[in-house]
Design a protein around this ligand. Structure first.
Ligand code: INS
Length: 337
């Protein structure tokens, strides 16, 4: 079966996912598009999906009989309304992070999906599909029970509109999710420390920052977020266990002996760093959607990430203080997620 997909939000990632579905992956075809900026949806139709219909609203797209499943790649603040509408229509839905901008909003999605009774939502936490993280998770069987994680999430630069809380909602959110999955654990507290701000930042962004998360099993995770690091896009992760240390592999790069130095190029654009995992996550979505369901990261994962990220923002505001993170009971629908 070919799953007929509607894409809500045709900015950078929506356009890229539409391209994947029509040109790279199997089992799906784009039949519908919508964007607040209609010209952007028209452009994706012209370039990638000539047979698609452009809808005025995401709600009309979801209701269309020509749409079997939905991709929500619009602006973060609109995700919740579209995911809820897709659940109400009983259509599988892939939602980019964040699932909702507040924990309360994410909880509404969990409740709606639980009431529906089967899974319909996959959250776009693509790092779980990255070869490096998958290999790292497997390596933990040899390095023994984890004790500490040292991690870094560095961007060369960010747009002027990026402010201090976005370091959590927009950036750390990937670590928040992937470490729950990697360690099979939940968070109990968060604390934020600010070194002096770097010269390249601006008044509304304290950069860098160090977030310390403690898990229920007592693992301490230190993550440096540095979004004006200038030199490249760099994701680091080292897990210290009882018997050894396991590190996330570097992306493949050609080693060069050149101009009297030994060099390894470093990526600069985040879209390139996890490019392969976007393909794998969406293929997974198409496969499950063909059966009228969803797999991969759940609404519960999206909700737990939102709960932890709200606590991290609170920890930023009360610099140096540990903020407790609740982990409510997991509904049976998400038993394995
Ligand atoms: C992007 C994206 C990247 C992350 C950036 C964020 O939206 O999620 O993976 O490194 O900090 O702004």
């Amino acid at each position: 079966m070919t799953v007929r997909i509607g894409v809500i939000g045709t900015g950078a990632i929506g356009r890229d996912h539409a391209r994947r579905i029509n040109q790279v992956l199997s089992g799906g075809t784009i039949t519908a598009l919508s964007d607040v900026n209609r010209a952007s949806a028209e452009a994706v139709r012209a370039d990638i999906a000539p047979d698609a219909t452009v809808f005025d609203t995401g709600e009309n797209l979801i209701a269309s009989p020509d749409v079997d499943a939905v991709l929500v790649t619009s602006w973060g603040a609109t995700h919740q309304q579209y995911v809820l509408a897709a659940i109400a229509a009983g259509k599988p839905c892939f939602c980019e992070k964040p699932l909702a901008t507040t924990a309360e909003g994410a909880k509404r999605i969990v409740d709606a999906e639980v009431a529906h009774g089967t899974r319909l939502v996959q959250v776009g936490f693509m790092r779980r599909y990255d070869e490096g993280y998958v290999a790292l998770k497997a390596a933990l069987a040899q390095t023994g029970a984890p004790i500490m994680v040292h991690a870094a999430h560095r961007n060369p630069s960010v747009p002027e509109a990026y402010t201090t809380p976005m370091a959590i909602h927009d950036t750390l959110i990937h670590e928040i999710d992937v470490f729950r999955w990697l360690l099979d654990d939940d968070y109990v507290s968060a604390r934020v420390t600010f070194p002096r701000s770097c010269a390249r930042t601006h008044a509304k962004l304290r950069d860098p920052q160090i977030v310390t998360l403690v898990t229920a099993k007592g693992v301490v995770i230190n993550t440096e977020i540095f979004v004006n690091c200038h030199y490249g896009y760099d994701i680091q992760c080292e897990v210290v266990g009882e018997d050894g240390v396991a590190s996330l592999p570097e992306p493949m790069a050609i080693k060069m002996r050149l101009n009297a130095s030994l060099q390894n190029p470093i990526l600069t654009d985040w879209k390139d760093r996890f490019v392969a995992s976007y393909d794998v996550e969406l293929q997974d979505f198409l496969k499950a959607a063909a059966q009228g369901t969803a797999s991969g990261p759940t609404s519960w994962d999206g909700y737990m990430a939102a709960v932890a990220s709200d606590a991290c923002v609170q920890a930023q505001e009360s610099e140096g203080q540990a903020i407790a993170i609740a982990h409510p009971d997991r509904p049976a629908l998400y038993a394995q997620g």
